[in-house]
Design a binder for this molecule. Structure first.
Ligand code: HEC
Length: 108
């Protein structure tokens, strides 16, 4: 009997707690600089790359970067690496990355 009282005594508390537990909100807001950091590993940070190497993305037109990424992804542009990399990004992420690089200056 005592244990029943204890059980029911806890009931209201647990039901209140259950109501307060919310599923985590999934946020899609990503700092574009974090996404773009994956690119600068190869394309160079601050527009500085050795001549003849992988080109800098700084200052490239947003539409151009979006077009190239989609062309790589769909196999319309030949590539050694980019066709594989481009598949890892959603359209939304590509937009953010392209916007980020378009706003950067070439550093020249
Ligand atoms: C592992 C190295 C590497 C990484 C990381 C990388 N790229 Fe590339 N990128 C290349 C190479 C190499 C090329 C030349 C095409 C090829 O052979 O794949 C290229 C070409 C490009 C081009 C075409 C440039 C032009 O002048 O036409 C764009 C645009 C581009 N990359 C965007 C990106 C973006 C955006 C990211 C990040 C999401 C990224 N790259 C990450 C190596 C890389």
């Amino acid at each position: 009997m005592k244990s029943l009282i204890v059980l029911f005594g806890f009931y209201p508390l647990t039901s209140v707690l259950a109501q307060q537990i919310q599923p985590p909100t999934i946020t899609t807001t990503v700092n574009p600089a974090y996404l773009a950091a994956n690119c600068t590993n190869c394309h160079g940070a601050k527009g500085t790359v050795a001549p003849g190497s992988i080109p800098s993305l700084d200052g490239l037109q947003k539409e151009y970067v979006i077009e190239q990424m989609k062309a790589f992804r769909e196999g319309k542009r030949q590539a050694t690496l980019m066709h594989q990399l481009a598949k890892g990004y959603t359209d939304e992420q590509i937009n953010l990355i392209a916007e980020y690089f378009a706003q950067k200056t070439t550093g020249k």
